[in-house]
Design a protein around this ligand. Structure first.
Ligand SMILES: NC(=O)C1=CN([C@@H]2O[C@H](COP(=O)(O)OP(=O)(O)OC[C@H]3O[C@@H](n4cnc5c(N)ncnc54)[C@H](O)[C@@H]3O)[C@@H](O)[C@H]2O)C=CC1
Ligand SMILES: O=C(O)C1=N[C@H](C(=O)O)C[C@H](O)C1
Length: 267
């Protein structure tokens, strides 16, 4: 039985992750952690997720529950995840990281830690988005330099990072397929006298509104036709199930940095 801890357990994803772990065969929620100053510390994790009592109490310190889990699932904030990364590296614990909004330098810290512990890091754990990443690679290679590429994403009003991690990953996939460097060709929003569009740019547009779970469209527009690859998430459970699948997959993996494509056998 895989012993799983959920970090950020009182958050939007945390509560769904508790439910997904409890539903999964071969997995057991053995620890749940949130910020030390949360008024919910001491509450039963099952009650947070509206499942009823499960006998796991919400802790405010990862160090206090270190001997109670094998893998940590962390969907929080980059500053929080990076602290947990160091704790897990020193304790030899595996991690599934769903947090988005890392800088290039911060992502390098994940790669460094993965020399010592197994880590799955993915901006999006849904099967559908990971299929879309494969489709995007094919679309970019077939359509080549004859199209303008724009990425449009929409999320709920509470999201704190933009563009979404998924949109950025989609941008990386199409840029790599076309031999471009996303850091050089990305355009994040447009305003005023922008001049005409340059073909090699990859544009990002962000919408934040209401309770949108997560919509992503990559638009390949030529003269005379356009292709749009769209994914729409309607439940956070799709991300949570993917993260639990990754946690179970990790138990047979050596130290290394993996993504959801590896978990699904799509790489
Ligand atoms: N990779 C994926 O498939 C997905 C990734 N995400 C990402 O997951 C992250 C979290 O998203 P949400 O759940 O919507 O946010 P949220 O704000 O609802 O949850 C974050 C949780 O982290 C907790 N937290 C903050 N500081 C902490 C600390 N020092 N120690 C422990 N816990 C702490 C907060 O109290 C909160 O409960 C975001 O980066 C988001 O982009 C969200 C959905 C899917
Ligand atoms: O914050 C969210 O909600 C989501 N974040 C992820 C991202 O930034 O790509 C994944 C998903 O779209 C939901």
């Amino acid at each position: 039985m895989r012993r799983i801890a959920v970090m950020g357990a009182a958050g939007r994803m945390g509560k769904i992750l508790i439910e997904a772990v409890e539903q999964a065969d071969g997995a057991k929620l053995t620890a749940a952690v949130d910020r030390p100053d949360s008024s919910l510390i001491g509450a039963d994790a099952g009650e947070l997720a509206a499942l009823g009592k499960i006998g796991v109490v919400l802790a405010g310190d990862l160090g206090a529950v270190l001997d109670q889990f094998d893998v940590l699932i962390d969907f929080t904030h980059p500053s929080v995840t990076l602290k947990n990364l160091e704790v897990c590296r020193q304790a030899g614990k595996a991690m599934v990281i769903g947090t988005t909004g890392f800088s290039v330098e911060e992502k390098q810290l994940l790669a460094e830690a993965a020399k010592q512990i197994p880590i799955v890091f993915a901006a999006n754990y849904s099967v559908g988005v990971n299929l879309c990443l494969k489709l995007l690679d094919t679309a970019a290679r077939v359509l080549g330099d004859e199209v303008d590429i724009e990425i449009i994403e929409a999320h709920h009003r509470h999201k704190v990072d933009a563009p979404s991690g998924t949109a950025l990953r989609m941008g990386e996939v199409v840029a790599n397929a076309l031999g471009r460097d996303l850091q050089k060709v990305a355009v994040y929003g447009r305003e005023g006298q922008t001049g005409a569009r340059e073909r090699e740019t990859i544009g990002f547009a962000t919408v934040r509104a209401g309770d949108v779970v997560g919509d992503h469209t990559v638009l390949f527009a030529a003269d005379g036709e356009r292709v749009e690859i769209t994914h729409k998430a309607s439940s956070r459970m799709t991300f949570a199930k993917g993260a639990v699948r990754a946690a179970l997959w990790l138990q047979s993996q050596p130290a290394g940095l993996y993504d959801m494509q590896d978990v699904l056998g799509l790489s």
